[in-house]
Design a protein around this ligand. Structure first.
Ligand code: NAD
Length: 374
């Protein structure tokens, strides 16, 4: 088969590499953004979305890949941040040829970017991509992968939520607490199960009513409407559906002392971290509390391969990371979301410094003693 894939580099300040891949034969129009590989290869999912324009796709892939750098840095996964998007309607565009072309695009980066599942892509799609590149993670356990990340994300959110309960109520037990979960999908339902097992009263809302009724029947989630879930009096509001739901209109209506959930990019704008703080609502920064999934995937890169025990051990450090952030935030009088960003930036900068020092130490000395690398 002739290779009709055209790859173009797009210079983007602040990003190590951004490439566009267009394959007329299969209809592929994709962008991969490698934000930062200081701490390791850039890992991030492949999203397929009917973006209205390439600019819109570029905005999303840049934002998401930078977010992955921060998430992986704070979770100490040993990975950098990247993301890929395919522009198009998944219902119309998905095909074997499309994913093979996408695999070739991933492969062209020689492991600088490693792909994974994301919105509108599945493990089956990744299996096709793997025929064109080895730089794929999150495959089934039987195929040597780490499997579905959602239960691990839910476990991390559950542990992080308990840390938040401990900070606000003096005990980290969920027993007798009222938790409102927005979105009882893969992560939200697994979280609900853990909390109900602990004796919490769990309300749930979901756009998919069938799914909500199933959670009500099978585990005792109390159904609520979409409007109720965000405004009801509760001990924790756990957003596990969409991003950008915390903003000037919604934050004043929250009736909770804690926001701790799985969804990415919860704050509409960074300044909304302060709006939450001003209302004395304890916020568990999204990319810190929801890192269980990426932690689990990152264990695939350990010598000896994937080991669930290693993954669980690392996920169990999420509460400690949150406690440290809340302490920094209090001491420095900044919102926890800003404290998380600062911490992530510092970890990457330290990594950069360490890399430079290693490179410098391996350079031949100049007569004056310096290595000449500045
Ligand atoms: P999912 O698609 O399985 O579940 C999301 C659920 O939210 C669906 O059941 C959907 O019907 C519901 N929903 C959508 N809009 C809603 C609304 N306005 N009100 C109420 N319910 C609504 O997704 P998931 O894998 O459970 O992920 C949940 C969130 O967590 C997403 O934002 C995802 O990006 C994030 N996240 C997931 C993982 C993971 O491992 N799956 C890791 C990190 C972050």
């Amino acid at each position: 088969m002739t290779n009709t894939l055209q790859i173009t580099d797009i210079p983007v300040p602040g990003y190590e590499r951004v490439v566009r891949g267009v394959d007329k034969a299969s209809g592929l129009h994709a962008i991969i953004a490698v934000h930062d590989t200081t701490l390791g290869p850039a890992l991030g999912g492949l999203r397929m979305w009917p973006y209205a324009s390439e600019e819109e796709a570029m905005f999303d892939v840049k934002r998401l890949s930078r977010g992955m750098t921060f998430k992986s840095a704070v979770a100490h996964t040993g990975l950098g941040g990247g993301k890929a998007v395919i522009i198009g309607d998944p219902k119309k565009l998905k095909s074997e040829a499309l994913y093979l072309a996408m695999g070739r695009l991933v492969d062209s980066l020689n492991g600088k970017y490693i792909t994974a599942e994301d919105v509108n892509t599945s493990v089956q799609d990744l299996e096709i991509i793997r025929r064109a590149t080895k730089h794929v993670t999150g495959l089934e356990r039987k195929d040597g992968g780490s499997g579905n990340p959602s239960p691990y994300t839910a476990y991390g959110v559950y542990l992080g939520m308990r840390a938040a309960l401990g900070r606000v109520f003096g005990s980290d037990s969920a027993k007798g607490k009222t938790i409102a979960i927005q979105g009882v999908g893969a992560v939200g339902s697994a979280l609900a199960k853990r909390l109900i097992d602990d004796g919490a009263k769990v309300y749930g809302a979901d756009r998919n009513n069938e799914r909500l009724q199933q959670c009500a029947k099978e585990m005792g989630v109390i159904p609520a409407t979409e409007a109720e879930i965000m405004t009801m009096k509760c001990d924790v509001f756990a957003p596990c559906a969409l991003g950008a739901i915390l903003h000037d209109d919604s934050i004043p209506k929250l009736n909770t002392p804690i926001v701790a959930g799985a969804a990415n990019n919860l704050l509409l704008e960074p300044r909304h971290g302060k709006v939450l703080d001003d209302r004395k609502i304890l916020y568990a920064p999204d990319y810190v509390i929801n890192a269980g999934g990426i932690i689990n995937v990152s264990v695939e890169f350990h010598p000896g391969g994937y080991d669930e025990k290693v993954s669980l051990g690392k996920i169990e450090r999420i509460p400690q990371a949150l406690k440290e952030l809340w302490t920094i935030a209090k001491e420095e009088r900044i919102p926890p979301s800003d404290a998380a960003d600062r911490l992530a930036e510092r970890i990457v900068a330290d990594g950069r410094g360490a890399k430079k020092a290693t490179a410098c130490a391996t350079q031949p000395r100049r007569p004056g003693g310096g290595c000449g690398c500045g």
